[in-house]
Design a protein around this ligand. Structure first.
Ligand code: SF4
Length: 373
């Protein structure tokens, strides 16, 4: 290993320039060393467990118009759907019976009362139908504090809201912004999620047009400063006919975005040893073993898609999305085989909450009792 890299990896805490240097590494042998370090930390801190979250793509109806997204409100070529309660509960039943132990409900963003109430009722039914045994993550965008609280009280205990990039100028290039919805509102939403008591997750896209390594280093520092509990990040994959696709000509090749995404996972794992990191589906969109490679880079969560097959093709956030026609059982057994080959183990029946979340709570409690004494 290069002495400079060795020196950085031996540090207890990375400075910004250390992160930039690690993310700028192009030599494959050196990149492997970084991944190996991250993977050994993952094994030591979090064992060889891989947690499954059954992903339910609840609805592609969205009030927003993110410039990179295939299901943005302004795309009139999308066949819009919202799962019925029955379809959601059947998907949950599959996850529960197969001991996935956790699900993620992901949806286009809506704040109307009908949507808020529907999600709320579903949360209650899911908890009831599974004897409280299923852990629930929500990924339903920016909401009011009241809604976050309502859903939390009804049984969701993790919430994922991706910031997409922490560079405000870049954020404004990839999202339409106005007085109500902008970079500040996204940050505020993340604060509210955390304040409500959720295990809080965020993430970014890697390889966006105009994005620099410096931006990605800032993203990782943001995760650390915000003391995030979970991260889901992956390569930016262009979607045709989106406003952002006019910049496709300046994108890095897909394999470079893939490699950079693995490096981001590894550097983050070294920086935040006990958080949950998802190995994103977008990795698999580029490489058939992408999610498995994400695990070896330091991730510990995989989200197999359990949305009813007939709707999957309508939830196309980006091009090349994998698994749109694969049955749940096929994906499950392939992941089982591949994960076994890695000497990792699917932690069936376990929620796999973020250890970081509970460590923070313990520290807070200890410092509160110390100050009382
Ligand atoms: S990224 Fe999410 S919020 Fe943005 S348009 Fe797509 S579904 Fe809607």
């Amino acid at each position: 290993m290069k002495p400079r890299l060795h020196k950085i990896l031996s540090k207890k805490k990375f400075e910004k320039n250390d992160i930039v240097e690690l993310l700028s590494e192009t030599d494959s042998v050196e990149k492997n060393k970084i991944r190996q370090k991250a993977y050994s930390i993952k094994r030591k801190k979090l064992s060889n467990a891989v947690y499954f979250r059954g992903l339910i793509e609840y609805s592609n109806i969205c009030s927003r118009n993110c410039f990179y997204c295939g299901v943005r409100a302004g795309n009139t070529h999308v066949n819009r759907y919202q799962l019925s309660d029955k379809e959601v509960l059947e998907a949950v039943d599959y996850a529960w019976k197969n001991k996935f132990a956790s699900i993620v409900i992901q949806s286009g963003e809506r704040k109307d009362n009908d949507f808020v109430r529907k999600i709320d009722n579903l949360l209650k039914k899911i908890k009831q139908n599974t004897n409280n045994e299923i852990g629930i993550t929500l990924s339903c965008g920016e909401q009011s504090e009241e809604t976050y609280k309502k859903w939390f009280e009804s049984g969701a205990h993790r919430y994922l809201l991706r910031i997409e990039t922490t560079n405000e100028k870049l954020f404004n290039k990839i999202h339409p912004v106005n007085e109500e919805v902008n970079f500040a509102s996204r940050l505020k939403a993340l604060e509210l999620i955390k304040k409500t008591g959720y295990q809080t997750g965020t993430g970014v896209m890697i390889g966006l047009p105009f994005q620099l390594i410096d931006d990605l280093a800032n993203d990782l520092m943001f995760f650390k400063d915000f003391d995030i509990d979970m991260v889901g990040m992956g390569p930016y994959i262009e979607c045709n006919n989106t406003p952002l696709s006019i910049h496709n000509n300046i994108l890095q090749p897909l394999n470079e975005r893939f490699e950079l995404s693995l490096l981001m996972i590894s550097v983050l794992r070294i920086m935040m040893k006990d958080i949950n990191i998802a190995s994103s589906t977008a990795l698999q969109a580029i490489h058939p073993m992408g999610r498995e490679k994400g695990l070896l880079a330091g991730a510990n969560v995989i989200m197999p898609n359990i949305t009813p097959l007939k709707h999957r093709v309508d939830y196309l956030l980006y091009k090349y999305k994998p698994g749109t026609n694969e049955k749940c059982d096929t994906v499950k057994s392939r992941l089982e085989n591949n994960i076994k080959l890695l000497d990792e183990e699917i932690a069936y029946g376990k929620w796999g909450d973020s250890k970081h979340f509970f460590a923070k709570r313990k520290n807070k409690f200890n410092s509160a009792t110390q100050s009382e004494n």
